[in-house]
Design a protein around this ligand. Structure first.
Ligand code: NAD
Length: 592
């Protein structure tokens, strides 16, 4: 029976290593913490002092416990001090030759029954293992950033790792309060393999000026409930580390979508490595600080850009479905006069009934007063005649997602609406330019992609085409703010920002499952616990509907012709079988 692990070593006290030291020491384990030289040792010590000091300040750790924790750590620049450690976790920079060299040396220093673990995010653990005389005792122990906070660890088992070794590492991870998932040795393991395709894609959107860094990040926070946007996350991870991870993934899988976006390498060369250097995609108050400060790329308010906005007082909404009803409510609550047009008087009545019910619910929950409710209802007029939209300042259409229907509607609106009126579509997948070119005023046409439920979701993707006038864009951005929404602006490409970033990632998760690399449960756990996403990919797919996901993925594939976007055959099969997710009681999981 192997002894409980009571003494460990950690090599490299950077972003990850310093946190890993803290995790062990917090759990009563003695730690030998190794850095390259005295200066780096001091930085590691300071990191531990600052981090535990913060915990004390927040009342999460007593001063006595902090002192005890710190006293458990022995700092050194001599690798030989690891002699008595039962486990050593290596967290030096992501370079294979460096890691192999360290493992070869460690092999000579520690006892023969000590376990050697690498915190590599992507490098082949097997190659690191064979640099030692006993590869059976080598595993990957992949912590997540920041290690003291994130409750997840991937334990990487190579083809030679002994069963008892990874079982002990799994047991230790649990003792540290982490949820371990065991996976094979494939670049990126679960979490990074799924995360980095998405991050790289976000970087290429930024690099091609498709959308600003602020908008890309806000889109994923507000549209998907992610705790952080992809570019802010790149800065946290470190661009040098991110580059190495993508590069390794690309070399192993030859997936073009993993080839690091050129700007990453340029930024690394220029020393813009993210938070740790005080500058990455954003600029920070100081190296290591999380506080973003203004820089030359910080967006200027529209007012400062000298663009005269078009006046908006009266709003038209076309449609009678969920989105149209929500949008009418949003505008009316913000004080705009709204005329909505439905195809039949029964539909006009049902929209009014839905609005009355929704506003009544808000009153009961204390979110609005009766006077607010009455004021909003008084602003709303229903009609079955498009001609009633002649005098509105903007029309937002939310009719069925069918190009022919929308184009006919835009032709009509073009004839009916007064000159200067803005014509907006809420389409989530059709090219906005197709609607614009159905009119003789393409400069006045724009996309306003609301999220469901429109009353609740803050995000609106404002989509400008090659024809959209600057003042139309500025007016709609401003209007979104006035109705309490957060606008993000992007070009007219399939998926806009959110769906274009989300669905290829969901598709990659299906491909990972299809390849039997891991299970739906472990993949969901990895993304929720390791990356703090609100739902795992399979949970989300079952909620969204597999047919809906497949349709979006097909569109992305058709537009971009990226092989990597081709829908996973497993998804196609599930849809063919009628397993559409929650709505059909079966998708990736079965529901009662
Ligand atoms: P980092 O650059 O922040 O820190 C690396 C540290 O290792 C530096 O302090 C450096 O001085 C030290 N070092 C270099 N050579 C050394 C040697 N020979 N002996 C002792 N120390 C040495 O890098 P990081 O982001 O902490 O990444 C470390 C490892 O953790 C990498 O393998 C990375 O892939 C992995 N990882 C990173 C993250 C992340 O979000 N950054 C998450 C999980 C895993």
């Amino acid at each position: 029976m192997a002894r409980d692990i009571t003494k460990v070593g950690v090599i490299g006290l950077g972003t990850m290593g310093a946190g890993i030291v803290e995790v062990f020491a917090r759990n009563g384990i003695e730690v030998v913490a190794v850095e390259v030289d005295d200066e780096a040792v001091e930085r590691g010590r300071e990191h531990l002092d600052t981090s535990t000091g913060r915990a004390v300040a927040r009342g999460k750790l007593s001063e006595d416990d902090q002192a005890a924790l710190v006293s458990r750590v022995q700092f050194t620049s001599n690798l030989n001090d690891l002699k008595d450690c039962q486990l050593v976790v290596e967290a030096v920079p992501e370079h294979l030759h460096l890691k192999k060299e360290i493992f070869a040396r460690l092999d000579q220093i520690v006892d023969e029954d000590a376990i050697l673990a690498t915190n590599t995010s992507s490098l082949p653990v097997t190659e690191i293992a064979v640099a030692t005389s006993n590869p059976k005792r080598v595993v990957g122990m992949h912590f997540f950033n920041p290690a003291p906070v994130m409750q997840f660890v991937e334990v990487i088992k190579t083809v030679v790792t002994a069963d008892d070794i990874f079982e002990r590492v799994k047991g230790l991870a649990k003792r540290l309060g982490k949820q371990p998932v065991v996976v094979g040795d494939k670049a990126g393991f679960i979490a990074n393999a799924l995360l980095f395709g998405y991050l790289n894609h976000a970087v290429s959107m930024y690099e091609s000026k498709y959308a600003s860094r602020e908008d890309i990040d806000a889109a994923m926070r507000l549209g998907c409930g992610y705790p952080m946007g992809p570019l802010a996350l790149m800065d946290l991870i470190g661009l040098d580390t991110a580059y190495e991870i993508l590069d390794t993934m690309y070399k192993q899988g030859r997936d073009r979508l993993h080839a690091p976006s050129p700007i990453i390498k340029q930024m690394v060369s220029a020393g813009l490595r993210g938070r740790k250097t005080g500058r990455g995609f954003y600029t920070y108050a100081a190296p290591g600080s999380s506080q973003v400060v203004e820089d030359a790329q910080t967006p200027r308010p529209n007012g400062e850009r000298g663009i005269a906005l078009r006046p908006i007082a009266r709003v038209g909404v076309v449609g009678s479905g969920t989105m149209a009803t929500g949008i009418v409510e949003v505008f009316a609550k913000a004080g705009y006069d709204v005329i909505y047009v439905a195809r039949a008087s029964t539909k006009v009545d049902s929209v009014r009934a839905a609005l009355t019910k929704s506003l009544e619910k808000a009153v009961q929950r204390g979110k609005a007063t009766e006077a607010d409710r009455d004021a909003a209802l008084a602003k709303i007029t229903g009609s079955t005649r498009l001609d009633d939209l002649a005098e509105v300042d903007i029309v937002v259409e939310a009719v069925v997602e069918d190009l022919h229907v929308k184009q006919a509607l835009f032709e009509n609106l073009d004839e009916i609406c007064k000159p200067g009126a803005i014509l907006a579509t809420t389409t989530s997948s059709l090219p906005v330019i197709e609607c614009a070119s159905a009119t003789k005023r393409p400069q006045d046409v724009i996309g306003m992609h609301f999220f469901n439920p429109a009353q609740v979701m803050k995000l609106v993707e404002v989509v400008h085409t090659v024809s959209t006038a600057d003042d139309v864009l500025a007016t709609v951005q401003d209007l979104c703010v006035k109705i309490g929404k957060h606008p993000v602006t992007c070009g007219d490409r399939a998926g806009f920002i959110v769906n274009a970033l989300l669905f290829p990632y969901l598709n990659d998760a299906v491909k990972m499952l299809e390849a039997n690399y891991s299970t739906a449960d472990d993949i969901d756990t990895a993304m929720k616990t390791g990356c703090s996403l609100p739902m795992g990919p399979f949970e989300l797919l079952d909620v969204v509907g597999l047919d809906v996901a497949l349709a979006i993925e097909r569109e992305l594939y058709l537009e971009f012709r990226e092989r990597g976007y081709a829908p996973a055959p497993l998804l196609e099969h599930l849809v063919t079988a009628g397993y559409l997710g929650r709505k059909s009681s079966r998708g990736f999981r079965t529901y009662a």
